[in-house]
Design a protein around this ligand. Structure first.
Ligand code: GDP
Ligand code: MG
Length: 167
Protein backbone atom coordinates (compact mmCIF):
# COMPACT_ATOMS: atom_id res chain seq x y z
CA UNK A 1 0.00 0.00 0.00
CA UNK A 2 1.13 3.53 -0.64
CA UNK A 3 -0.30 6.99 -0.67
CA UNK A 4 -0.02 10.71 -0.19
CA UNK A 5 -1.10 12.27 3.07
CA UNK A 6 -1.43 16.00 3.73
CA UNK A 7 -0.71 17.29 7.22
CA UNK A 8 -2.57 20.47 8.08
CA UNK A 9 -2.90 22.44 11.29
CA UNK A 10 -2.14 25.84 12.69
CA UNK A 11 1.39 26.69 13.87
CA UNK A 12 2.76 24.98 16.98
CA UNK A 13 0.29 22.12 17.13
CA UNK A 14 3.14 19.65 16.60
CA UNK A 15 3.28 18.91 12.86
CA UNK A 16 7.09 18.85 12.74
CA UNK A 17 7.27 16.87 15.98
CA UNK A 18 4.88 14.26 14.58
CA UNK A 19 6.99 13.99 11.43
CA UNK A 20 10.16 13.53 13.46
CA UNK A 21 8.44 10.83 15.50
CA UNK A 22 7.13 8.99 12.41
CA UNK A 23 10.16 9.34 10.18
CA UNK A 24 12.48 8.70 13.11
CA UNK A 25 11.12 5.18 13.29
CA UNK A 26 11.79 4.23 9.68
CA UNK A 27 14.03 6.69 7.95
CA UNK A 28 13.63 6.99 4.20
CA UNK A 29 13.78 10.64 3.27
CA UNK A 30 13.39 14.00 4.97
CA UNK A 31 13.30 16.91 2.60
CA UNK A 32 12.17 20.49 2.30
CA UNK A 33 12.52 20.53 -1.50
CA UNK A 34 9.35 21.53 -3.30
CA UNK A 35 7.72 18.48 -4.83
CA UNK A 36 5.21 20.43 -6.87
CA UNK A 37 4.28 24.08 -6.64
CA UNK A 38 1.49 23.05 -4.32
CA UNK A 39 2.99 20.60 -1.88
CA UNK A 40 6.18 20.25 0.07
CA UNK A 41 7.39 16.85 1.17
CA UNK A 42 7.77 16.51 4.92
CA UNK A 43 9.00 12.97 4.77
CA UNK A 44 8.38 9.46 3.54
CA UNK A 45 7.51 6.62 5.88
CA UNK A 46 8.40 3.21 4.49
CA UNK A 47 7.86 -0.28 5.89
CA UNK A 48 7.48 -3.68 4.18
CA UNK A 49 3.73 -3.08 4.01
CA UNK A 50 3.28 0.59 3.39
CA UNK A 51 4.83 3.73 1.97
CA UNK A 52 3.34 7.05 3.03
CA UNK A 53 4.45 10.38 1.59
CA UNK A 54 3.63 13.19 4.03
CA UNK A 55 2.99 16.58 2.46
CA UNK A 56 2.69 20.10 3.74
CA UNK A 57 -0.09 22.13 2.09
CA UNK A 58 0.95 25.81 2.39
CA UNK A 59 -2.33 27.49 1.41
CA UNK A 60 -4.22 25.91 4.26
CA UNK A 61 -2.80 28.56 6.55
CA UNK A 62 -4.78 31.76 6.79
CA UNK A 63 -3.68 33.98 3.89
CA UNK A 64 -2.45 37.48 4.67
CA UNK A 65 -1.22 38.63 1.27
CA UNK A 66 -2.39 39.29 -2.28
CA UNK A 67 -1.42 35.72 -3.02
CA UNK A 68 -4.08 34.65 -0.57
CA UNK A 69 -6.83 33.85 -3.03
CA UNK A 70 -4.56 31.86 -5.29
CA UNK A 71 -3.12 30.02 -2.31
CA UNK A 72 -6.53 29.08 -0.99
CA UNK A 73 -7.59 27.74 -4.40
CA UNK A 74 -4.34 25.80 -4.76
CA UNK A 75 -4.74 24.35 -1.28
CA UNK A 76 -8.30 23.32 -2.06
CA UNK A 77 -7.32 21.31 -5.10
CA UNK A 78 -4.23 19.93 -3.37
CA UNK A 79 -6.42 18.61 -0.57
CA UNK A 80 -8.60 16.84 -3.11
CA UNK A 81 -5.59 15.14 -4.70
CA UNK A 82 -4.20 13.40 -1.62
CA UNK A 83 -5.36 10.03 -0.26
CA UNK A 84 -5.92 11.26 3.27
CA UNK A 85 -5.65 14.42 5.36
CA UNK A 86 -4.33 14.59 8.90
CA UNK A 87 -5.73 17.63 10.63
CA UNK A 88 -3.52 18.16 13.66
CA UNK A 89 -4.74 20.09 16.70
CA UNK A 90 -3.44 20.84 20.17
CA UNK A 91 -5.86 19.08 22.51
CA UNK A 92 -4.78 21.31 25.42
CA UNK A 93 -5.92 24.51 23.71
CA UNK A 94 -9.40 25.77 22.85
CA UNK A 95 -10.63 26.04 19.27
CA UNK A 96 -9.62 29.43 17.86
CA UNK A 97 -9.91 31.37 14.61
CA UNK A 98 -7.02 29.45 13.05
CA UNK A 99 -8.77 26.16 13.59
CA UNK A 100 -12.12 27.44 12.36
CA UNK A 101 -10.45 28.73 9.18
CA UNK A 102 -8.84 25.38 8.48
CA UNK A 103 -12.07 23.50 9.12
CA UNK A 104 -13.91 25.78 6.67
CA UNK A 105 -11.48 24.57 4.01
CA UNK A 106 -11.64 20.96 5.11
CA UNK A 107 -15.43 21.00 4.80
CA UNK A 108 -15.06 21.69 1.07
CA UNK A 109 -12.98 18.56 0.56
CA UNK A 110 -15.00 16.01 -1.42
CA UNK A 111 -13.83 12.40 -1.19
CA UNK A 112 -10.66 12.56 0.87
CA UNK A 113 -10.79 11.02 4.36
CA UNK A 114 -10.08 13.64 7.02
CA UNK A 115 -8.56 12.51 10.33
CA UNK A 116 -8.78 14.69 13.40
CA UNK A 117 -5.49 14.10 15.23
CA UNK A 118 -5.69 15.36 18.81
CA UNK A 119 -2.06 15.96 19.70
CA UNK A 120 -0.37 16.67 23.07
CA UNK A 121 -2.53 14.25 25.06
CA UNK A 122 0.33 14.15 27.57
CA UNK A 123 -0.69 17.68 28.59
CA UNK A 124 -4.26 16.89 29.66
CA UNK A 125 -6.14 14.58 32.00
CA UNK A 126 -7.94 11.73 30.19
CA UNK A 127 -11.35 13.06 31.26
CA UNK A 128 -10.68 16.32 29.40
CA UNK A 129 -10.57 14.44 26.09
CA UNK A 130 -14.28 13.81 25.53
CA UNK A 131 -15.35 17.50 25.73
CA UNK A 132 -12.70 18.37 23.13
CA UNK A 133 -13.90 15.60 20.80
CA UNK A 134 -17.47 16.83 21.21
CA UNK A 135 -16.52 20.42 20.36
CA UNK A 136 -14.67 19.44 17.19
CA UNK A 137 -17.40 17.02 16.12
CA UNK A 138 -19.93 19.86 16.28
CA UNK A 139 -17.87 21.77 13.68
CA UNK A 140 -17.63 18.99 11.09
CA UNK A 141 -17.57 15.25 10.50
CA UNK A 142 -14.26 13.44 10.70
CA UNK A 143 -13.44 10.06 9.17
CA UNK A 144 -11.42 9.12 12.25
CA UNK A 145 -10.48 10.85 15.50
CA UNK A 146 -7.09 9.77 16.88
CA UNK A 147 -5.47 11.10 20.06
CA UNK A 148 -1.66 11.05 20.10
CA UNK A 149 1.39 12.50 21.74
CA UNK A 150 3.80 13.34 18.96
CA UNK A 151 6.40 14.22 21.58
CA UNK A 152 6.56 10.88 23.38
CA UNK A 153 5.17 8.76 20.54
CA UNK A 154 2.07 7.65 22.41
CA UNK A 155 -0.49 6.12 19.97
CA UNK A 156 1.48 7.21 16.88
CA UNK A 157 1.72 3.61 15.66
CA UNK A 158 -2.04 3.26 15.99
CA UNK A 159 -2.42 6.41 13.90
CA UNK A 160 -0.19 4.95 11.17
CA UNK A 161 -2.10 1.64 11.24
CA UNK A 162 -5.45 3.39 10.92
CA UNK A 163 -4.09 5.64 8.18
CA UNK A 164 -2.88 2.61 6.21
CA UNK A 165 -6.44 1.31 5.99
CA UNK A 166 -7.35 4.29 3.80
CA UNK A 167 -4.47 3.91 1.32
P1 GDP B 1 4.41 22.84 14.21
O1 GDP B 1 4.52 24.33 14.14
O2 GDP B 1 2.99 22.39 14.00
O3 GDP B 1 5.37 22.13 13.30
O4 GDP B 1 4.75 22.43 15.73
P2 GDP B 1 6.11 21.85 16.32
O5 GDP B 1 6.28 20.42 15.93
O6 GDP B 1 7.22 22.76 16.00
O7 GDP B 1 5.79 21.87 17.90
C1 GDP B 1 5.52 23.09 18.59
C2 GDP B 1 5.82 22.88 20.08
O8 GDP B 1 4.94 21.91 20.64
C3 GDP B 1 7.23 22.35 20.36
O9 GDP B 1 7.74 22.98 21.51
C4 GDP B 1 7.01 20.86 20.59
O10 GDP B 1 7.99 20.29 21.42
C5 GDP B 1 5.66 20.87 21.27
N1 GDP B 1 4.95 19.59 21.07
C6 GDP B 1 4.71 18.95 19.91
N2 GDP B 1 4.05 17.80 20.12
C7 GDP B 1 3.85 17.72 21.46
C8 GDP B 1 3.22 16.73 22.31
O11 GDP B 1 2.70 15.70 21.89
N3 GDP B 1 3.22 17.01 23.65
C9 GDP B 1 3.78 18.14 24.17
N4 GDP B 1 3.73 18.31 25.49
N5 GDP B 1 4.38 19.07 23.40
C10 GDP B 1 4.42 18.86 22.05
MG1 MG C 1 6.66 22.92 11.87
Amino acid sequence: KSGFVAIVGRPNVGKSTLMNQVIGQKIAIMSDKPQTTRNKIHGVYTTDEVQIVFLDTPGIHKPNSKLGNYMVKAAESALNEVDAILYLTDVSESIGGGDRYIMEQLKKVKDTPVFLVLNKIDKIHPEQMLPVIEKFSKQMNFTEIVPVSALNGNNVNALLDTLSKYL
